[in-house]
Design a protein around this ligand. Sequence first.
Ligand code: CTP
Length: 405
Amino acid sequence: MQLANRRILLGITGSIAAYKGAELIRGLRAQGAEVQVVLTRGGAAFITPLTLQALSGRSVHANHLDAISESAMGHIDLARWSDLILIAPASANCIARLASGMADDLLTTICLVSQVPLAIAPAMNRLMWEHPATQENLARLRARGVQIFGPASGEQACGEIGPGRMLEPSELLDLTARFFAQGRLAGRSVLITGGPTREAIDPVRFISNRSSGRMAYALAAAAVKEGARVVLVSGPVDLEAPRGVERIFVESAAQMHDAIAARAPESDIFIAAAAVADYRPVAPALSKIKKDASNRQLELERTPDILAEVAAKHSARFIVGFAAETENLETNALHKLKEKRLDMVIANRVGLPDRGFDSADNEALVLWPEGGRRELPLARKESLAAELMAIIAERYDAKSQTENR
Ligand code: CTP
């Protein structure tokens, strides 16, 4: 099951090859993928929504003005739902509209709002394929990172011979599987917390911290590059969600806790990179607190320790925690590793102006049980994240092998 749990949004556009979409859906589902079909008006001239619905097991979306399908899963939700958008067949017209960024039907609208990878399987007459307009459009799409699957050469529906035939469903299936099989975390799901939390004092004031979320966001991007499905539960930060990452925004430690509790059972690796407030006001005021001449006391209570809870409940998962320390880095980090029963702790110094919290750079001391240790020197958070993710993948494999023995 090379595509287990992968969510593929299959766009079918106006080409005679649309009928091959039926076989493609079968193949994708046989490999464990979930398939959601979006049919363009042109596509609907060649294959019926009913056929596609029966094969995909989901209702087919055909028009973005369709009030019923919008209420079930609107175009934004559809864009977020998928891990890959595959347009097969992609007509010359569809390619031209994608290249110029048009959003005049549901499929092109989804492509414009989506942050997941896009692959297209062109299908058209050889003269349309060879036309400079089509070739320029394809070059633009390629430059934007769109994967072009095919086309094949051969006899065409119109009787001509040449390039432009859509690849066979079995070939498209192989290319799709190969696309997902890249990376050391291919087929794994990674859940990450990031950023600060905000604990309300009253409707306009809160307790928070200096975390920028950059380390968590860089880790999320690095996990996607390693082929993982990534969910990032993020406190309030001013960062774009990395491409391919499902982001869930939360404010308080309690909300972060609930979002993680809902997602932890379905994830293989949990990385707690958030700077979760350890305390919150016991009784946040319901209306704005007015000043007066007296001093104030704010009573605080502990928040749930999300990391410790996930480690205790889901010991089979691979659990990574962070330790931000101003002193005794290694001793404190080792204490956290043991105390919270983690598989790995990533420790770094805070309180220095050029690294850690709210800075573009960081360094890390990585520790795992039985004396495992790696020191990573000061680097941009993005390259540090790539190194950390490689270590996480390596240790994750080691843990899985020990458990399977
Ligand atoms: N963490 C969490 N939930 C909390 C608090 C912390 O998930 N309520 C996670 C952080 O994301 C991080 C790790 O736990 O991965 C940090 O551990 P913690 O013991 O909270 O560190 P400090 O807050 O620095 O603790 P201490 O006051 O003991 O130094």
